[in-house]
Design a protein around this ligand. Structure first.
Ligand SMILES: Cc1cc2nc3c(=O)[nH]c(=O)nc-3n(C[C@H](O)[C@H](O)[C@H](O)COP(=O)(O)OP(=O)(O)OC[C@H]3O[C@@H](n4cnc5c(N)ncnc54)[C@H](O)[C@@H]3O)c2cc1C
Length: 462
């Protein structure tokens, strides 16, 4: 299928390819464009009918899901032409590390090793940026009002108050507008598709190009809808309206980092906590509440960001409850700043190679390589431009089932939750989620009963 020369926001949404980044609305603010939550708790572009339906060549060039937009390889080649390393999974880079911030309380405040907040603060301390666009708790969350939103921090205290990962819908149109209005140099923190959107917008807009001085990428498994918080509230015996603050990963240095604990603070001052493993939809890999567009993403490590950060999901780091980052550095300037921090004892980092980084994200890469190839081979309609061939790889029956079940959970979690919400029957959703998860884990986990049975059957067939 030929890439369209022009696209409308509606076409992208209808094709299930909108990540709700707000890049389109940032260009259409004068026309009244904005983002709003859809009935499934996902952010979608909205505005006057004319704007939503009019196809434009500029959206075709700047939407991160557009088949006509430059892909991550092309963008990274322009940005980092002399990068020392090139890897088929993590892209171009100068150096990679495993470790954490050693200085102050960055590590304790961060979801992982605190390296994102440390790096943003260091760029500010050195006078390289005036502000950092990142995701912070929203002032007064209630019901449909979001718990988190992008904002610009201009001090270390503000940056620290915004530390931690938010598995929640957020969008950038407001901060991009502020960057355009208020002169200065900025860093933008974001998941891979958001950073790609910023890069594409910078190519079109000289003001953004001049002012966005650094991009800090977060590795990403997928984006979640706002319903995940509601579901956690239900399962912890309350309603989302009673929730005042959410911490998706409460830290406990005494427990393994990969035992995520959800923590809700309620308006009456009380607290509710639960490990993700004990929640019906708490298995990240099962894909509950995932944005549909994330099924067609092939960038795990934010390949167009100047520096990107993930969790070191390999031992011994995964068991270290203090949290440990993997860091991929692409900008030559950051390739100086990070080792200087390390030499001064402000960071505790060890150099690693691309293979180590890949290993920390093994499940994510499987899903975005062989899984994506399978999904692309079945896709009809608007086809995003991917670096993965759509050739339905030779997969075992069990792997196909895992990808199929994950896709079904992604699709149906939105719908079943919506129904349970309308009927005010949380149990409808939680029972469905538990049953779906049991089947999924049966196939995904080789030690499970279903897994063993399928292995035996496949062994006989081979
Ligand atoms: C949706 C999502 C999916 C992720 N998936 C993976 C994964 O599969 N594998 C992996 O290794 N890591 C993943 N991460 C990254 C991981 O959760 C940590 O954010 C990362 O390791 C940095 O930790 P830190 O302690 O250095 O960051 P911190 O010092 O805690 O700082 C985090 C910074 O990120 C900003 N931020 C938080 N949430 C968002 C958001 N949604 N969008 C933009 N900025 C945000 C905060 O404002 C803060 O500035 C994901 C993050 C998100 C938001």
């Amino acid at each position: 299928m030929r890439s369209p020369d022009a696209l409308s926001p509606r076409q992208v949404v209808k094709a299930g390819l909108c990540v709700g980044c707000g890049g389109c609305a940032a260009q259409g603010r004068d026309a009244g464009a904005h983002l709003r939550f859809d009935r499934f708790g996902r952010l979608r572009p909205d505005g006057p009918r004319e704007w939503v339906r009019t196809a434009s060549s500029s959206l075709a060039r700047t939407c991160p899901s557009s088949p006509a937009a430059r892909d991550e390889d092309a963008l990274a080649l322009d940005l980092y032409p002399t990068a020392r390393h090139l890897d088929g999974h993590i892209g171009r880079f100068e150096a990679a590390y495993v470790g954490a911030a050693a200085e102050g309380d960055f590590r304790a405040l961060g979801s992982s090793g605190g390296m994102v907040t440390w790096t943003a603060a260091e760029l500010m301390r050195r006078g390289l940026v005036d502000g950092v666009a990142h995701v912070k708790p929203a002032p007064a969350p209630r019901g449909e009002a979001p718990f988190f939103a992008y904002g610009i921090s201009r001090s270390q205290a503000e940056l620290k108050a915004g530390a931690k990962s938010r598995y929640y819908p957020i969008e950038m149109s407001g901060v991009l507008d502020e960057i355009r209005r208020v002169p200065g140099r900025y860093a933008v923190v974001g998941v891979p598709c958001f950073i790609k959107a910023v890069r594409l917008l910078c190519r079109e807009d000289p003001i953004l190009r001049e002012r966005v001085a650094f991009t800090l990428g977060l590795f990403c498994g997928h984006m979640k809808s706002a319903r995940m918080v509601e579901s956690f509230a239900w399962q912890l015996g309350t309603q989302v309206e009673a929730v005042d603050a959410v911490d998706f990963r409460a830290k406990d240095p005494g427990r393994p980092a990969n035992w995520y604990t959800a923590h809700l603070r309620l308006t009456d001052g009380s607290e509710r906590k639960q490990d993700w493993w004990h929640l019906a939809d708490g298995d990240w890999g099962a894909g509950f509440f995932q944005y549909p567009a994330c099924s067609f993403c092939d960038d795990v490590t934010a390949e167009t960001a100047d520096i990107s950060f993930g969790d070191a999901w390999v031992e011994p780091y995964a068991s270290d409850g203090r949290g440990t980052n993997v860091v991929v550095v692409r900008s030559p300037l950051l390739a100086q700043i990070v080792p200087e921090g390390s030499a001064a004892g402000r960071l505790e980092l060890q150099t690693v190679d691309a293979g180590f980084v890949r290993e920390t994200q093994a499940a994510g890469f499987r899903h975005r390589r062989e899984g994506l190839s399978l999904r692309l081979s079945r896709r009809r309609g608007l086809r995003p431009r991917k670096r993965v061939p759509a050739d339905a790889p030779a997969l075992t029956w069990r792997r196909r089932m895992v990808y199929g079940l994950r896709q079904a959970i992604t699709t149906w979690s939105h719908r079943v939750f919506w129904l349970a919400r309308v009927l005010r029957r949380p149990g409808l959703y939680t029972r469905w989620a538990k049953a779906s998860l049991a089947v999924y884990q049966g196939f995904a986990w080789s030690q499970g009963r279903i897994g063993k049975l399928v292995d035996r059957l496949e062994g006989k067939r081979a």
